[in-house]
Design a protein around this ligand. Structure first.
Ligand code: HEM
Ligand code: HEM
Length: 199
């Protein structure tokens, strides 16, 4: 593994990409299910949404535990101060939202009195007493927070792609599996682009 791609531990990378897959899937599921007429498909999507939400909350706990125990690499060396600050703020907001958004969903479903089945295996206990008015408010806040996380994730992905494919520094590479990270750095070298062998 090259110096440029040394960064996050394999466990942190796995947790990051599994979480990314769930977050990027739960958003379209949420948007679709609330726009469907009542019926079997809508019920199934609600159950899928809540199961993915419970998975995200579990992964969020694991990620924070791994981060606290193993730490994270230093900010990427060539970044300007404003870029480090922007990355730090974005990551903190993402960490907060991967707890807040599912907890608001869980609280809303509890206050609504709806059972929260996780992949049909077990049911989450309610965290609030039934109160339909409160449920309405919690769902509105859940929705607003879901839009916020979607926007922050879009900025985060945009920044990662900009670093990976335009600046061609090691920021994206160090979150990728080692082989992919090395490949991304190698194809970015001018010599390689002219068809020469990289050194
Ligand atoms: C990171 C996790 C989550 C994300 C990103 C997310 C996202 C969303 C989105 C985008 C919507 C649709 C909003 C709209 O109609 O425009 C939604 C609705 C909903 N979510 Fe989530 N959600 C998450 C976790 C959860 C969890 C854990 C639960 C429950 C245990 C849950 C329960 C619901 C419910 C019941 C609705 C429908 C609300 C309504 O009818 O107004 N969500 N969610
Ligand atoms: C295709 C989608 C994504 C890409 C390309 C991507 C890329 C990256 C990269 C390159 C880093 C490392 C940045 C650095 O070293 O400074 C990173 C970190 C991070 N990403 Fe993503 N990401 C994606 C999706 C997501 C999603 C959906 C979430 C969660 C909602 C997320 C949350 C985070 C967090 C919290 C960190 C900071 C990790 C830490 O330092 O502890 N990412 N991401």
């Amino acid at each position: 593994m090259s110096e440029m791609t040394r960064g996050y531990s394999p466990l942190s990378k796995w947790l990051h990409w599994i979480m990314a897959g769930f977050v990027l899937s739960i958003i379209p599921v949420g948007l679709t299910m609330t726009r469907l007429p009542s019926g079997k498909l809508q019920d199934s999507l609600f159950e899928l949404h809540e199961s993915f939400g419970a998975t995200i909350l579990t992964l969020a706990c694991l990620r924070v535990a791994v981060r606290l125990i193993r730490g994270v690499p230093e900010p990427y060396a060539s970044l300007a101060l404003w870029q480090r600050l922007a990355a730090e703020i974005t990551h903190r907001v993402l960490y907060a939202l991967i707890f807040i958004v599912p907890l608001l969903g869980w609280a809303g479903a509890s206050a609504f009195g709806a059972p929260i089945s996780v992949y049909g295996l077990f049911t989450l206990p309610p965290i609030l007493a039934v109160d339909k008015r409160l449920a309405g408010t919690l769902f509105s806040v859940h929705m607003a927070a879901a839009y916020l996380i979607s926007a922050v994730v879009a900025v985060h992905i945009g920044a990662a792609l900009l670093h990976g494919f335009i600046h061609r520094d090691g920021v994206l590479a160090r979150m990728l599996p080692n082989g992919w990270g090395d490949w991304l750095m190698a194809v970015g070298r001018p010599g390689r682009r002219r068809g020469q062998r990289s050194t």
